[in-house]
Design a protein around this ligand. Structure first.
Ligand SMILES: Cc1cc2nc3c(=O)[nH]c(=O)nc-3n(C[C@H](O)[C@H](O)[C@H](O)COP(=O)(O)O)c2cc1C
Length: 381
């Protein structure tokens, strides 16, 4: 199977599955517990149908949106994800370059493998820096100061991961950072020699956002211990209100699911929220973001930009979310599988393909601008 044969999310996923050692593929592909929420994230879109209008004289289609003061040429963006260097040796650089090519936003994770300074300098376009809240308040302050010095404009605090999710696939494969593999896991690496060769012949794996604070490389701290030992599960609205005030610019909460929390986010001065359950990787049994979108958009009113992620695989998923009131739509696995399948060209191909789908679907819906999409275009099946 080659990249040229990948025509949708499922093809990219399949090529990634063939190219990656099993433990790494399953780390991306898997969710929490029984993975019910992860499956529902995509299935939720099937419960609603698009109702097109015809003969609207649609010529050119404008796909641009504005979120948290940044203009994106596309209504979808690459959500921040950890450890990209592990999926392909080009890592974050490939994703950032592809997002920049299409004029859209990408997120830099605090568990990213390329430094936020490098990515901010190389790509002055729309970007967010995603971080977690640590027990060590000094570390939180240092991370905010560092982001400010790097010229980051939008901070995104992930609030659905105050402890690690129960990812049973990872327990089975022995996936951990640093690597500690079961025998079966090691066999998987032996079966994918190209990945191994690329991994060892390129830049060393690092977590530059955390290197000064957490020693992951030498094995004293694993990712799961990072979540359970370093993050502060006691984080409260008062803590976040202080951070929002300290930051003094656009601040976004990622992982808000309830209307009540959306109102609270607006009250403490956030400019945006991402309605998200972390791709079903945290609370299994939690509601899908698309099912929850109406409530949250109504609660947020005009006070917040509401973004959404989880389960997006198609242009029509993007359209349905926008018609229901989301300002922009985040992608996770939909760009991670292409990254693993073929680096930058594959991420570009996937973003270009989704752009073409959204553009085509907008024409078929009779909409020339994203703001033309509204609730009248949707019916519950
Ligand atoms: C492999 C992987 C790593 C992720 N790492 C992070 C992260 O470091 N920070 C974060 O806020 N979200 C992280 N996420 C969640 C994504 O930002 C996004 O919310 C989710 O992937 C959306 O669901 P989807 O994959 O179904 O599109 C990660 C998701 C995956 C699949």
């Amino acid at each position: 199977m080659r990249l040229g044969q990948c025509h949708n999310f499922h093809d990219d996923r399949e090529l990634a599955r063939r190219r990656l050692p099993g433990p790494i593929f399953n780390y991306i592909d898997g969710g929490a517990d029984d993975e019910g929420t992860m499956r529902r994230n995509t299935a939720a879109f099937d419960g609603w149908d698009l109702v097109p209008n015809v003969l609207r004289g649609i010529g050119a289609v404008d796909l641009s949106v504005t979120v948290m003061g940044q203009t994106l040429a596309l209504p979808f963006y690459c959500s921040p994800t950890a450890l990209q260097r592990l999926f392909h040796h080009q890592g974050e650089r490939a994703v950032a370059a592809a997002a920049a090519k299409y004029g859209t936003m990408f997120g830099v994770s605090s568990l990213g493998t390329t430094s936020l300074e490098e990515l901010r300098q190389a790509y002055p376009g729309p970007q967010v820096y995603q971080f977690y809240f640590h027990k060590d308040r000094g570390l939180n302050r240092a991370m905010m100061d560092r982001a400010k010095a790097a010229g980051v404009q939008v901070m995104m605090l992930t609030v659905d991961s105050i402890t690690g999710g129960n990812r049973e696939r990872d327990l089975r494969t022995g996936f951990s950072i640093p690597f500690r593999l079961t025998l079966a896991g090691m066999a998987q690496f032996a079966l994918h020699p190209m990945w191994g060769i690329n991994y060892v012949t390129h830049e060393k794996f690092r977590l530059p956002q955390l290197d000064d604070h957490v020693d992951m490389g030498s094995g004293t701290m694993s990712i799961s211990r990072y979540f359970t030992e370093m993050l502060d599960p006691a984080i409260s609205w008062d803590d976040v209100a202080r951070m929002v005030a300290d930051w003094g610019g656009p601040f976004c909460l990622k992982g808000v699911m309830s209307a009540q929390d959306a109102r609270r986010a607006a009250e403490i001065g956030c400019s945006g929220i991402v309605l998200s359950n972390h791709g079903g990787r945290q609370l299994d049994g939690g509601r899908a973001p698309f099912d929850q979108l109406d409530e949250v958009v109504q609660a947020a009113g005009s006070a917040l930009d509401v973004m959404i992620d989880g389960g997006i695989q198609r242009g029509t998923h993007v359209l349905k979310a926008l018609a229901r009131g989301a300002k922009a739509v985040g992608l996770g696995r939909a760009y991670l599988f292409p990254l693993a399948a073929g680096g930058q060209p594959a991420v570009e191909r996937a973003l270009g393909r989704l752009k073409a789908e959204v553009e085509r679907d907008m024409k078929l819906m009779g909409c020339a601008r994203i703001s033309d999409l509204n609730r009248d275009h949707l019916r519950l099946r």
